[in-house]
Design a binder for this molecule. Structure first.
Ligand SMILES: [Zn+2]
Length: 257
C-alpha cells in the first residue's frame, strides 16, 4: 500500500516536472526572440500554423506525431521531448533527495532557470540579463534554507570566480563572455566561495572533456567557439546539490595521504 502511494506521488511529480519542462521549451524559444512567454499560442516555426491543443501534450504528442508537424510535416527537434523528460526526472530526483519541502522547490526552480540559460546559450551564445535577474531571486532566498554558508562566504563567493574571469578579459579580449561572468557572480552568492570554486572546477573539467571529444570526433576545429554557459550551469547545480559531500570527500582524501 505504501509502495503504491509512493508510486502515485512520484508519478504526479514526474508529470508536474514534464509540464514545467514544456514551459522551459517555450521560454528557450521565445525569450531570445522577444516573444511574450505568458501570452500567445505556440506555432510551428516552419509553417507558422498554430499548434492545436491535442498536439501540445508533452512527450506524448511528439511520439504520436513521430516528430513531425501535423500541418507541414517539418521535423520537430527531439530536444523538446528530451527537455521535458529531463525536467520530469529532475523534479523526481530533487524531491526524492530533499523530501517534500520548500528547499526542494527552490532548488528545482534554480535547476529550471539554469536549464533555460544553458539552452539559450547553446542557441545564441548569449545569456539574457532578465534570466540572471530571475536567478538572483532563489539565489538570495537560498540563504534562509542553507544558513550554514555565511553571508560573508556568499559575498566572497560573488567575486571569487567572477572577478578573475572579468580580469582575464584584460589579458585576452573576449576570453570570457559577459553573461558567463554575471552568471558566476549571482551563483557565487548563491553557493558561497567554496562551492563556486567547485562549480568552476567542474565546468572546466566538463568543457575540457567535451572539447577533447569534439576534436576526436572532428566536429569542431580549435578555432570555433563553444558555449561555456552549459558547463557552468552543470557545475553550479552539481555544487549546489552535492557541494558539501564532494568538498568533505576532497579533504578526507588529502588528509589520508
Ligand atoms: Zn509546420
Amino acid at each position: 500500500m505504501l509502495y503504491l502511494a509512493f508510486f502515485i506521488i512520484y508519478t504526479f511529480i514526474f508529470v508536474f516536472g514534464i509540464c514545467i519542462g514544456s514551459f522551459l521549451n517555450v521560454a528557450v524559444y521565445r525569450l531570445p526572440n522577444h516573444i511574450s512567454i505568458a501570452y500567445g499560442r505556440s506555432f510551428c516555426p516552419k509553417c507558422h500554423k498554430q499548434i492545436p491543443n491535442r498536439d501540445l501534450i508533452p512527450i506524448f504528442s511528439y511520439l504520436h506525431l513521430k516528430g513531425l508537424c501535423r500541418n507541414c510535416q517539418a521535423p520537430i527537434s527531439p530536444r523538446y521531448p528530451l527537455v521535458e523528460a529531463f525536467t520530469g526526472l529532475l523534479a523526481v530526483g530533487l524531491f526524492w533527495y530533499y523530501g517534500f519541502n520548500l528547499t526542494a522547490l527552490v532548488i528545482f526552480s534554480v535547476a529550471c532557470i539554469l536549464t533555460i540559460i544553458a539552452l539559450i546559450d547553446i542557441d545564441t551564445m548569449t545569456i539574457p540579463n532578465n534570466l540572471l535577474i530571475a536567478l538572483s531571486i532563489p539565489a538570495v532566498l537560498i540563504y534562509w534554507f542553507f544558513p550554514e554558508i555565511s553571508l560573508l562566504a556568499r559575498i566572497i563567493g560573488f567575486f571569487a570566480v567572477s572577478l578573475p574571469m572579468f580580469l582575464l578579459n584584460f589579458i585576452k579580449a573576449d576570453a570570457m563572455g559577459g553573461g558567463d561572468i554575471k552568471l558566476m557572480a549571482v551563483s557565487g552568492f548563491m553557493l558561497g566561495w567554496q562551492n563556486i570554486l567547485l562549480a568552476m572546477f567542474i565546468a572546466l573539467l566538463a568543457s575540457g572533456l567535451a572539447i577533447v571529444y569534439l576534436l576526436a570526433a572532428k566536429q569542431k576545429t580549435t578555432q570555433s567557439h563553444i558555449a561555456f554557459g552549459p558547463y557552468l550551469c552543470l557545475g553550479i547545480i552539481t555544487a549546489l546539490v552535492y557541494g558539501k559531500p564532494i568538498i568533505e570527500l576532497y579533504f578526507a582524501f588529502f588528509n589520508l595521504y
